[in-house]
Design a binder for this molecule. Structure first.
Ligand SMILES: CC(C)(COP(=O)(O)OP(=O)(O)OC[C@H]1O[C@@H](n2cnc3c(N)ncnc32)[C@H](O)[C@@H]1OP(=O)(O)O)[C@@H](O)C(=O)NCCC(=O)NCCS
Length: 202
């Protein structure tokens, strides 16, 4: 399809087409970012210690932090549904699947899920997809009542730690420009923003 006919176009912010399209009447409707965490060989001990500290803090507060297997799909779906309205609805951002079969499919093709339970309830989870030495976070979700307690960072740190132990060396993530919480949580873990994107519409 001709880019001019697409309802939304997502371009890197340094793409020369951004200026051309906005001069031609396209409007900026959202911004987004991509961030990377590169792991050295051998992995930086300070980084590993920082990741471990996030997990340890959550455990001291009573959370059970660890990897979820596919039989946890129903509780993952319940968590993601509880938060559905809180995800960015920027058209460049994917939303978590909304039914059990597609939630279970998040474990396919290198999918890994890490979560935190409090008193048996799944209160935080992150979904990552691994491809060889690379991994990408797809979604991270913390129940509203449990936010700002380090649980988002803890589940992500647990995931990064497990994947690094298996040889993953480049981890990517991203989010909507207006998602201050997501950006802050990722920066706290050591991710660095290296890409910025704009979503344009006519
Ligand atoms: C994004 C999200 C997962 C963060 O989880 P969380 O458990 O609240 O995050 P943490 O408590 O681990 O916070 C980590 C850092 O982010 C900061 N932070 C968290 N929420 C914040 C907010 N609303 N505003 C500013 N900073 C925030 C914390 O202060 C902390 O930074 P610090 O270590 O420098 O103090 C959670 O807000 C959420 O589920 N949002 C809805 C779904 C979503 O948007 N997911 C992300 C895209 S897939």
């Amino acid at each position: 399809m001709d880019p001019a006919e697409q309802p939304f176009l997502v371009l890197r912010d340094d793409d020369p087409r951004v200026a051309v399209l906005t001069a031609g009447g396209s409007r900026l409707v959202a911004t987004s970012w991509g961030a990377v965490l590169r792991i050295a060989e051998p992995p930086q001990p300070r980084l590993l210690a920082r990741l471990d500290a996030f997990v340890a803090t959550a455990r001291r507060a009573g959370a059970e932090v660890g990897e979820l297997v596919r039989s946890g799909a129903a509780e993952l779906l319940a968590l993601q549904e509880a938060n559905r309205l809180d995800y960015s609805h920027d058209p460049s951002m994917a939303l978590p699947p909304g039914d059990l079969a597609s939630t279970a499919a998040q474990w396919d093709d290198g999918g890994r899920v890490f979560g935190a339970h409090l008193d048996g309830l799944l209160v935080a989870a992150t979904v990552m997809q691994v491809d060889g030495e690379r991994a990408e976070t797809l979604f991270t979700s913390v129940l509203r009542a449990h936010r700002r307690h380090g649980l988002g960072s803890a589940v992500k740190a647990a995931g990064v730690r497990a994947l690094v132990a298996e040889g993953v060396r480049t981890l990517r993530t991203g989010g909507a420009g207006d998602n201050v919480a997501s950006l802050a949580a990722n920066r706290a873990l050591g991710y660095e923003v290296d890409e910025r994107w704009v979503t344009l519409t006519r």
